[in-house]
Design a protein around this ligand. Sequence first.
Ligand code: IPM
Ligand code: MN
Length: 340
Amino acid sequence: MRLAVIAGDGIGPEVVAEGLKVLRSVAPDLETTDYDLGATRWQRTGELLPDSVLDELRGHDAILLGAIGDPGVPPGILERGLLLRLRFELDHHVNLRPAKLYDGVRSPLADPGSIDMLCVREGTEGPYVGNGGVLRRDTPHEIATEVSINTAFGVERVVRYAFERAQARPRRHLTLIHKTNVLTHAGSLWSRTVEEVGAEFPDVTVAYQHVDAASMFFITDPGRYDVIVTDNLFGDIVTDVAAAVTGGIGLAASGNLDASGTNPSMFEPVHGSAPDIAGQGIADPTATVLSVGLLLDHLGHADLARRVNAAVAFDLSTREPQAQVRTAEVGDRLAALAGG
Ligand code: IPM
Ligand code: MN
């Protein structure tokens, strides 16, 4: 397995080190290449993602990313120039974000019940594409647009992926989340696509919710969800809610997938670089380790992915409540458990 590693900024290198420990414990023949990308490189050289680096990344089986971001860099530079550029150039059209409440993890909900959902967020379209502009800047009549792009091709492939995932799960249920009552153009495309693709998956039941109502039900009744599918921006928002109700962003894993397999997929914790706790060895590497589980699963090593996930489940069920996380200790424990 040839893995490109972008540790990035803040706590990124700390959590990635532990993710790699766990990955090596189950896949000892791992070959890694480190890529120095992120705030520090940009500040030093002005470079974000040179084309030569992008070409090299394409030669790997997968990418593991820690976190990108620094309070000293103006908003948008690293996001657009590096993180989103990676997702777009590598055609990561499925942004996969499981949200499961593990035994032993405290949810902020009083009575969370069992939560086990798989969010399938579209990753290469929507308002993220940068299709917009500004007129009459810095005047009282400034006009800013940010046009959401939804293509039949792009919607179909992510909806199909979501149906396939739903069909392989015990509950076989898929919820489309959108805002079809207001965003009628894109909403109609998403609804029609779900209906059409759904005809090929008669054993998957389908529900629809507006994103505002869904945000409420994620809190009042999260157990109702199995697989959800939604666009890039709605998916960004609701997956933070899903992370919050399942124990927080320290546990939230993600995979940016090119489901066609043409380009390497990229696995990253949903959290950011957390500069406030960087360098202290107290960041929870669990989200990165669960992202390693998604990576293994994606590369066809379902058995190894199960070992990593089982290690995390066991570790979470036996952690002292309120105990301070020590990054390296969590990584050591998980590597020992997964490596057997
Ligand atoms: C995420 C992040 C990114 C996103 C930002 C940093 C561009 O919030 O991965 O969820 O909006 O996708
Ligand atoms: Mn986000």
